[in-house]
Design a protein around this ligand. Structure first.
Ligand code: SF4
Ligand code: SF4
Ligand code: SF4
Length: 272
């Protein structure tokens, strides 16, 4: 029974967030929202424990589609980084600011880049492409993420400085256009570099938040050196080029780990 504690604890954490936000913000939406996400993630962990091959993909679809279609398109909440800047500048601790605080800024201290492995609706599509693990060495292009990060900040700040009217409507269209651009660039890069996750590695502005916080993540894959036979399979299957056999926080590409568990599933010695 011990192994089933993990999905149970995950559910408890999300329920605690759901109830706290429901009561403090006096808005029952938060109870529904975080309970649904917690249940989806717990189901995924349960299926993974049961060795179901598509456990992660199910969570990606459950959470990713919910956020993209229900929150983004139906409720008109821009959960992209522009939406985060927008709510931050308006001083409202709602929607995107709460989402960023939980999933992308403070959450990664606990669950690293779990967001990227299980919930992101951009990666939900990219992970269907054929290049599951990169066949080429990593390119020195990750500086581009700082440009996209700055552009998103300057774009929203300019709207406020220029006192543009109806910014909320602009944010909705920014969500549509931004997502289409992310998908187009992400798919093009995946085919160009033969790497589904090229967009995540070089372009995505959200990694500017995710990487430093996930450095300190409590949840991380560790290698049992007594079992490891140095076959290198974990590195070959890793979509993010992480040297997971190094247990130190400074492991190569350590802050890129999306906790997808491909290395764990493929290790022939159960060393991870
Ligand atoms: S790096 Fe960006 S695009 Fe990739 S999974 Fe994470 S948040 Fe999504
Ligand atoms: S796949 Fe397992 S045994 Fe092989 S190098 Fe990685 S941790 Fe070691
Ligand atoms: S394969 Fe392992 S090291 Fe690589 S991203 Fe997935 S969980 Fe992290």
């Amino acid at each position: 029974m011990k192994k089933y504690l993990a999905p149970f604890f995950m559910l408890i954490i999300f329920e605690a967030i759901a109830i706290t936000l429901w009561l403090t913000k006096d808005n029952i939406f938060y109870l529904f929202n975080f309970s649904y996400i917690g249940l989806s993630i717990s189901l995924g962990i349960f299926l993974f424990i049961k060795k179901y091959k598509h456990a992660r993909r199910i969570v990606q679809l459950l959470v990713g589609l919910y956020m993209l279609i229900y929150l983004g398109l139906i409720r008109n909440e821009n959960m992209q980084i522009e939406g985060f800047w927008y709510y931050l500048f308006t001083g409202v601790f709602e929607a995107a600011t709460i989402h960023y605080a939980v999933a992308k800024i403070f959450g990664p201290l606990l669950f690293g880049r779990g967001w990227c492995g299980y919930a992101c609706w951009t990666a939900m599509v990219l992970d269907f492409l054929p290049y599951k693990s990169p066949s080429q060495p990593r390119k020195k292009l990750s500086w581009i993420r700082y440009i996209t990060f700055t552009v998103s900040l300057v774009f929203v700040a300019s709207l406020f400085l220029a006192k543009v009217g109806n910014i909320e409507r602009i944010m909705f269209w920014a969500f549509i256009v931004g997502n289409l651009a992310y998908y187009a660039v992400g798919i093009a890069l995946a085919f160009a570099f033969k790497d589904n996750r090229a967009f995540c590695k070089y372009i995505c502005p959200i990694t500017v938040f995710l990487k430093p916080m996930s450095y300190f993540s409590v949840l991380r894959i560790k290698c049992d050196k007594d079992k490891c036979i140095s076959c290198g399979k974990c590195k070959r299957v890793c979509p993010m080029n992480v040297d997971v056999t190094d247990n130190s926080r400074k492991r190569k590409n350590g802050t890129e780990c999306i906790l997808c568990m491909e290395c764990v599933r493929n290790c022939p010695k159960d060393a991870l």
